[in-house]
Design a protein around this ligand. Structure first.
Ligand SMILES: Nc1nc2c(c(=O)[nH]1)N[C@H]1C(S)=C(S)[C@@H](COP(=O)(O)O)O[C@H]1N2
Ligand SMILES: [Mo]
Length: 329
């Protein structure tokens, strides 16, 4: 494959890997299956193109060019992304103090400015024939090859009984289902576990206030799976009160649930009957790590929606999508 075409292939595969990775993080059900599949195929296409790219790189490194250090750093980050992605899939999820997924996402985010720089500093010429039948066939071969590589890796992982074989459609590994104490305690970015005294805590719902005791009276049960973007999931039996019951006869567009830490998420009001404010899990009170005295249970949504240590719930007319797609704290 000629150098220019290899570069064009990478120019498609790398941004596609980043975009599909971001989408897969944002979704917890439904389309996430396709985002993850596209993410894997785009990532493996990078692997397939790497022998040709290594020839181009060796040539490029021979000529002393400005920005060589950036190119090398960019290459290393892409390599780290691929290795950590494959390792996570295979079940090698813990790398000492960090997880493979944290390394994967960290390297991917760090690579974005370098990708932009690379595209500007080393532009690829696009020819009209790049969208011709032959070129598309070649692209199809790369996509097909990476699909086969994916099936191969999955097959080996199944045959060798690697831990990676029991994964959800999101790619997450099961950890602590029906054993809340064995389920990881995870925070999105900067929050710390809160130790709240239930006697001085109350939940504010609009203008109303409910004590912990008043809240414990409710016993709506819901079996639901929490799926953290960190790469694990767990199914538990949660107990509490459905938000539609808590918010009877309220009008508006969205519900804002706020934590004692200030962490908050906004949900469409039409979701109220599917959301639970849980006080218990597996028949026992929530542990501090898992959000005592009360936390959101949001089936089908990624873990970062499951606000812990809830202190207030409000409804207003703002649309739920007027918020960053991911929490900023
Ligand atoms: N207040 C608050 N709630 C939070 C978070 C946070 O950082 N702060 N992290 C979320 C994320 S990313 C996940 S995956 C789940 C983890 O829940 P667990 O610790 O009970 O497993 O909590 C969510 N709720
Ligand atoms: Mo998470």
């Amino acid at each position: 494959m000629a150098g220019r075409r290899t570069n064009l292939g990478l120019l498609v595969a790398l941004p596609l890997s980043l975009i599909t990775g971001g989408v897969a993080f944002g979704l917890g059900s439904g389309w996430v299956r396709w985002a993850v599949l596209a993410h894997v195929v785009a990532g493996l296409a990078v692997v397939i193109l790497s022998p040709w790219k290594s020839v181009i790189m060796r040539r490029g490194l021979g000529r002393a060019k400005r920005g060589r250090a950036v190119s090398i750093a960019f290459f290393v980050l892409v390599l780290v992304c691929i290795v950590s992605g494959v390792a996570h899939s295979a079940g090698l999820t813990e790398w000492g103090p960090v997880s493979a997924m944290q390394v994967h996402v960290g390297a991917a985010l760090a690579s974005i400015p370098m990708l932009l720089w690379h595209v500007v500093a080393r532009p690829v010429r696009v020819h009209r024939t790049d969208v011709a039948r032959r070129a598309l066939l070649r692209a199809g071969t790369v996509v097909g090859g990476s699909g086969l590589l994916y099936l191969g890796v999955e097959g080996v992982s199944r045959l060798a009984s690697l831990p990676g074989r029991h994964r959800r459609i999101t790619g997450s590994h099961q950890q602590g289902s029906f054993q809340p104490d064995a389920m990881p305690v995870t925070q999105w970015l900067f929050d710390r576990v809160q130790y709240i005294d239930p006697s001085s805590w109350s939940l504010r719902v609009g203008k109303r206030r409910l004590s912990h005791e008043e809240l414990l009276v409710f016993d709506d049960d819901l079996r639901a799976t929490i799926d953290c973007t960190g790469g694990w999931y767990a199914t538990q039996d949660w107990t509490g009160i459905r938000l539609d019951k808590l918010l009877e006869d309220v009008e508006g567009a969205s519900i804002v649930v706020t934590s004692a830490t200030g962490y908050a998420r906004r949900f469409p009001l039409t979701d109220a009957s599917r959301l639970l404010l849980a006080t218990r899990v597996g028949g026992n009170l929530l542990s501090e790590g898992h959000g005592f005295p009360a936390r959101v249970v949001a089936p089908g949504r990624r873990g970062f929606w499951w606000v812990k240590w809830v202190t207030s719930i409000d409804v207003d007319d703002r649309s739920w999508f007027l918020q960053p797609p991911f929490p900023l704290t």
